[in-house]
Design a protein around this ligand. Structure first.
Ligand code: ADP
Ligand code: ZN
Ligand code: ZN
Length: 806
């Protein structure tokens, strides 16, 4: 059952049903007094349960298993390792359309026209939804006057006549990139000669046409913007050529399931990539997991493509994991050029129907789902025949799911998945996680390095700018040092693009009254509200709370409210004033909502419609832009002063990664980092891109303070609305754990934001020494938890276990 209970349940079936049923099929069953769920068949047996009477199932929902054996084994591992119920994994794995239950709400799809394809019962539901905007499955039962409704609802979803709640409805139109091609009437040489003759007096138009021919020798689609820049003509010139029927505009939408463009051969690897490829294959002879440590822009993606090709040729499936949906936009375009429509994309911004479609395509091992490109949840797809998993940017923390359960790390779960399929797995990164590098050093994983940027471009020059000194000398303008401004000006003057990194969104994270010192707080969370200037709002970044920015202080009434600290929005506004002639863009959570949110911004930046792009850590993840010559980091200190044992490792990774966006194609790029603390060891290591120095030093500290990769961590979080209840619970729990594990239990502590959505939060961490068994530690913990749950006062407290917590 898709519920957070450790147990499985037995239902009764007839002989015929038993004959038909297979493991991995879904059945509609009732649960408790009134609930209806979609259960999954795990086993067909003849042992009646002793503690309760087995109920009959309502209906079998599948004709073939929807979930295969390998998946069930994988789920079982996730459930054991991450200490959650199998039902939690089941719920997380399947697109919600597969999990209809009594409370599921269905809606009519207003764009659905083909009523004629509906069966009678289907039509009745569809019609009921004309009168009532929504129905629960319960109500559908009433409408049809029968209990067995799930397949009918399923069919309506399949036909796109209705949809269920989780589906994101698209309000954003994808931003299409405009391309230029020659009008079909100009295909012969003769007509072209005539054309150039005809344009001999319209110099600009002639320039545009000649440049077009130059560009078309590469056989790639030609962007209108590129043609304008290269031919030095305005968009009105292109427009007039289109009006004359010489050119025509067309558009390509990048993000789609069906790819119809041409495919090209794989790129020829350079000698360094060639060696890396050979070494990877060599390591795969002995090891299942290999780390490719390749510096930014060394061309890791092209190395992956060679491996992918070989696996496809062997008739196997490939899973390509990416940490961030934003990245899929670029990678899919790159891979589609080689692999055409053998690629499917799977992530949470895809609509439910699209996810259902991908699931079926993978299950049936269809050609168009041979390569799955996806975010962490794609490890749950019904692969039957995986040959290779690539985990790109393996160090990324977004591979770890925090909420809800299962709290898995997709990289680690992928390693287990690969093992189940006897497949190989390649972890790639310019800044590997300490754990992975450590495993490679210990020879648990194979290791291959790629230390040269493609095209022999040098790694960017990194300079540190001392903000304290700049302030003393009055050389700051807003949040920019004179040096940073000079570098931006120089880049822009050469028509190059700039990326500015500020790891905080909004205008300013703290508003403070200058008279009494009080800051407006979120009523639901223990945190200051962030000021968003454009909407003149205060917002909480932990819950959805928002309100208008007040004119005066809520505590003392004076109108002396001041803002402190800065986020991306403030930087964007300052830049607009400093560089009024240039186009400034912003990429953060606030500007990338909707399915095509990322694509719109990344597309405009690629098309050079944006000169300076300001953004949060989204910008640091493997994006490939060819005209960025400067990356600026505005406030390095905010990353360094984070109270977390991984803070320094992460700060290093983030800064090196974002720096890696500079100077990728032609000449060496520049990186400027503003800081109050230029002597900080991490900043020194970043400025020399000295991964090994960072690794050694951090590893030393991890050993000394007993952290991963030496010790494992299990974090326990308790939450409740009533502070005293949590406090009592956590103290009891600490004592119980201390009796078992002694000094290896840390806590109880309150996190930096100790109340979120009105829930008070307390943490305890168990450190597990290298020689202590993980399994027996977990068993001990489970025992203590069940004693905890047996105390009536503690039962309402949420008890969250996070294994390998971040
Ligand atoms: P990484 O993933 O290591 O940061 P990429 O794979 O994005 O690097 O490569 C950086 C750039 O170099 C990309 O624009 C890519 O197209 C180009 N590139 C890499 N290898 C080759 C190759 N063998 N031939 C042509 N271009 C390449
Ligand atoms: Zn005040
Ligand atoms: Zn809040």
């Amino acid at each position: 059952m898709p519920i957070p209970i450790q147990k499985t349940f037995t239902y009764s079936v007839t002989d015929d049903e038993a004959e038909f049923l297979k493991k991995g099929m879904r059945v509609a069953v009732s649960f408790g007094k009134t609930k209806m769920f979609t259960g999954l068949v795990l086993n067909i047996h003849e042992k009646a349960p002793t503690l309760y009477e087995a109920k009959e199932i309502h209906q079998i929902l599948d004709e073939q298993p929807l979930v295969n054996d390998l998946q069930l084994k994988h789920w079982q591992w996730i459930s054991n390792y991450y200490m959650c119920s199998l039902g939690d994994v089941y719920r997380a794995s399947l697109p919600s359309a597969f999990l209809l239950e009594s409370e599921t709400v269905v809606y009519k799809n207003d764009t659905f026209q083909e009523e004629s394809i509906l069966e009678d019962d289907e039509f009745l539901i569809f019609e009921a939804l004309q009168h009532q905007s929504q129905l629960t499955i319960h109500q559908v039962v009433d409408v049809l006057g029968k209990k067995k409704v799930m397949p009918i609802v399923n069919e309506l979803i399949k036909k796109s006549a209705i949809y269920i709640k989780e589906q994101i409805y698209e309000q954003y139109k994808p931003k299409l990139i405009k391309y230029v091609r020659l009008h079909p009437s100009y295909t012969s040489d003769a007509s072209l000669t005539a054309l150039l003759e005809e344009l001999s007096r319209a110099k600009k138009q002639r320039d545009a046409v000649l440049t077009f021919f130059q560009l078309s020798t590469t056989k790639k689609p030609i962007k209108a913007k590129d043609l304008e820049t290269k031919a030095k003509v305005s968009s009105s010139i292109l427009k007039s050529l289109v009006d004359k029927n010489i050119f025509e505009f067309y558009e390509i939408q990048i993000d789609r399931i069906n790819y119809v463009g041409d495919t090209n051969d794989l790129k020829q690897l350079n000698e360094f990539q060639e060696v890396a490829l050979k070494e990877i294959k060599e390591t795969f002879k002995e090891k299942d997991v290999t780390l490719l440590h390749g510096i930014t822009s060394s061309g890791k993606t092209e190395v992956y493509t060679k491996l992918i090709q070989e696996v496809l040729d062997a008739g196997k499936q490939v899973l390509f994991l990416l940490p961030e949906i934003a990245l899929t936009t670029q990678i899919i375009t790159r891979l589609q050029v080689y692999f055409g429509d053998q690629i499917s994309v799977f992530h949470s911004k895809y609509s439910m129907n699209e996810r259902v479609e991908v699931w079926h395509n993978v299950l049936e091992n269809k050609t168009k789902a041979r390569i799955i490109l996806g975010a962490r949840s794609s490890i749950f797809l019904p692969f039957s025949n995986l040959g290779l998993i690539v985990v790109d940017e393996e160090h990324e923390t977004s591979y770890k799911q925090f909420e809800p359960s299962p709290r898995y790390n997709a990289r680690d779960a992928a390693i287990v998945l690969a093992k189940l399929h006897k497949a190989k797995i390649l972890l790639g990164s310019a800044t590997p996680s300490l754990e992975t590098y450590f495993n490679a050093e210990q020879k648990k994983y194979g290791f291959v390095a790629l230390n040269r940027r493609f095209g022999n471009v040098q790694l960017p020059k990194i300079e540190l700018i001392d903000v304290k000194e700049k302030q003393r000398k009055k050389e700051m303008k807003g949040h920019f040092s004179d040096r940073m401004l000079k570098l931006i000006q120089e880049a822009l003057a050469l028509k190059e693009q700039v990326i500015l990194f500020q790891n905080r969104r909004g205008y300013s994270p703290v508003v403070e009254c200058k008279t009494c010192g009080v800051s407006p707080q979120c009523p639901n969370c223990d945190v200051s509200l962030t000021f968003h200037k454009f909407r003149h709002e205060l917002r909480c970044h932990y819950c959805s709370y928002q309100r208008a920015m007040p004119n005066s202080c809520g505590a003392c009434g004076s109108n002396t409210l001041d803002t402190k600290g800065f986020g991306t929005e403030q930087i964007e506004l300052e830049l607009k004033e400093l560089f009024p002639d240039f186009k400034i863009g912003r990429m953060d959570l606030d500007t990338t909502r909707g399915k095509f949110g990322y694509q719109k911004i990344i597309g405009s930046f690629e098309a050079r419609e944006i000169d300076v792009l300001v953004g949060t850590q989204m910008l640091s993840k493997g994006l490939d832009f060819d005209n960025v010559s400067l990356v600026g980091i505005l406030n390095a200190d905010s990353m360094l002063n984070f109270p977390d044992f991984r803070a320094h490792e992460r700060a290093y990774q983030m800064m090196v990664q974002v720096s890696g966006r500079a100077g990728r194609s032609k000449k060496q790029g520049n990186v400027a980092i503003q800081t109050y603390n230029p002597n900080h060891k991490i900043l020194q290591q970043v400025s020399t891109t000295n991964y090994i120095a960072m690794y050694k030093e951090q590893l030393q500290e991890r050993w000394q303070y007993k952290y991963p990769p030496y010790y494992r961590l299990i974090k326990i979080t308790l939450k409740h609305r009533d502070y005293n209840k949590v406090d009592m619970g956590v103290n009891w729990l600490f004592k119980a754990l201390y009796n078992s594990f002694g000094e290896h239990v840390l806590g109880p502590t309150a996190p930096a934001v100790s109340r979120v959505r009105n829930q008070h939060i307390k943490n305890i961490v168990i450190k597990i020494p290298p020689k202590q068994s993980l399994v027996s530690t977990k068993n001990q913990l489970i025992k203590i938890k069940s004693t905890f749950d047996a105390v009536k006062d503690f039962r309402p407290i949420r008890f969250i276990i996070d294994v390998d917590a971040y």
